[in-house]
Design a protein around this ligand. Structure first.
Ligand SMILES: *Cc1c(COP(=O)(O)O)cnc(C)c1O
Ligand code: SF4
Length: 371
């Protein structure tokens, strides 16, 4: 992947054995958990140091050395750093909720979230390689109370087996790839044994936060349970490294379509140049931009939210200016499911015509038969 435009080289940091660095268990064991450890990679600001102390028991502060090594040392505004390092603004968000999508209410069995008749999100664990400050599942990730015991996993699998409408199962969490291969296979094997389960998807941020997790063995394992789709979660072009591109390539070569879901984050990716660069480089990596989520009304995340009108304008601006498949759908997740927040290109009937707006702003009248 060296030399792919927009994909950044990332040398192994000095003083670290390259075999250690590229081992996912080494990365997991050597995660940054304090301001002192963070200081190896960046110069923490007084606000960051104070926030790590006061806020990390409200929401976990853990970063992989790999992801930390991508952060800019002397810039607290670094778009990667802002995603994972606490800031004192998190303390002041009176409107934020713990569970804005009422996921707890939409759980027919523990850790299954069902808002559509035919598909579910199955939270198989609560562990991630690192914890994002804007995480929708803040209320449960990293929290021991939510650790999924095998018995509970079995109960959820029994529920799926007993619910024939479910044809599409999205494994999420936490992060399903933070499981060992053996544990993941245990789940996949049971899911594939259910005849009505057609598609298995994995939602995982590990290609972004710990790309060395995506080993050849893992890809071979997943390919045994096809059709398997993966959606990952890149938010910023600086996350698109050679290691991340190689992880996606391994998945793709195993026949696994890879999509990307981002969260629209104020000051991180809510400007047209950044979003266009992110989407176009993803496409170069053969990763399809799928959704961009409006940041939810989650506790401690007011500073990440962009006005929805601005988000609509941002994605309107991509139409006509890049490949159609480089444009993700901008959506708001609600307790009733995802709602597209598209610009209204179709204006509707006017006499015998149907009026549409082109990306240029020109109006086009298309003769339109009556019903
Ligand atoms: C997003 C989501 C899905 C999958 O939705 P698609 O639009 O098919 O990608 C399924 N269940 C839940 C609860 C979700 O949040
Ligand atoms: S990787 Fe995903 S589930 Fe884990 S903390 Fe980040 S947003 Fe939440």
């Amino acid at each position: 992947m060296n030399g792919m435009r927009g994909v950044r080289a990332h040398p192994v940091p000095e003083g670290i054995d390259p075999d250690d660095w590229t081992s996912w268990s080494w990365q997991m064991q050597n995660r940054v958990r304090s301001a002192d450890e963070l200081a190896r990679w960046v110069d923490p600001s007084p606000d960051e140091i104070a926030a790590i102390e006061t806020l990390s028991d409200r929401f976990h502060f853990v970063i992989t050395p790999y992801y930390a090594s991508l952060m800019r040392r002397d810039d607290p505004e670094c778009p990667l750093r802002r995603q994972v390092v606490p800031r004192s603004v998190e303390a002041g968000d009176p409107a934020g909720l713990a569970d804005p999508l009422e996921e707890v209410l939409h759980s027919p069995v523990k850790n299954v979230i069902r808002v559509y008749p035919d598909r579910i999100a199955f939270c198989v664990n609560n562990e991630c390689a690192l914890y994002c400050r804007f995480c929708l599942r803040k209320r449960m990730v990293g929290d021991l109370e939510w650790t999924m015991k095998k018995r509970e996993l079995g109960e959820a699998l029994d529920w799926i087996a007993a619910t024939p409408e479910i044809r599409d199962v999205l494994l999420t969490g936490g992060d399903p790839l933070s499981y060992s291969d053996a544990r993941l296979e245990w789940i996949l094997e049971r899911l594939r044994a259910i005849p009505h389960v057609d598609i298995i998807r994995l939602g995982t941020r590990l290609p972004v936060t710990l790309p060395y997790r995506v080993t050849d063995e893992l890809c071979e394992l997943l390919a045994r349970y096809h059709p398997v789709w993966v959606n990952t979660h890149f938010n910023h072009p600086a996350e698109l490294t050679t290691a991340a591109a190689e992880a996606c390539d391994r998945l793709l070569r195993a026949g696994i379509p890879v999509g990307n879901q981002s969260v629209l984050l104020r000051g991180i990716n809510d400007d047209p140049e950044t979003m266009k660069e992110l989407c176009e480089t993803l496409v170069r990596m053969r990763v399809r931009p799928y959704y961009v989520y409006q940041a939810q009304l989650l506790e401690g995340t007011a500073h990440f939210r962009t006005p929805i009108e601005d988000g609509i304008e941002l994605f309107r601006g991509l139409r006509g200016r890049t490949s159609g498949f480089a444009i993700p759908q901008y959506v708001l997740d609600t307790p009733f499911g995802k709602v597209p927040l598209d610009h209204p290109w179709a204006q509707g009937r006017d006499g015998e015509d149907f009026v549409v707006e082109a990306w240029t702003g020109d109006l086009w009248r298309e003769p339109n038969p009556r019903r």
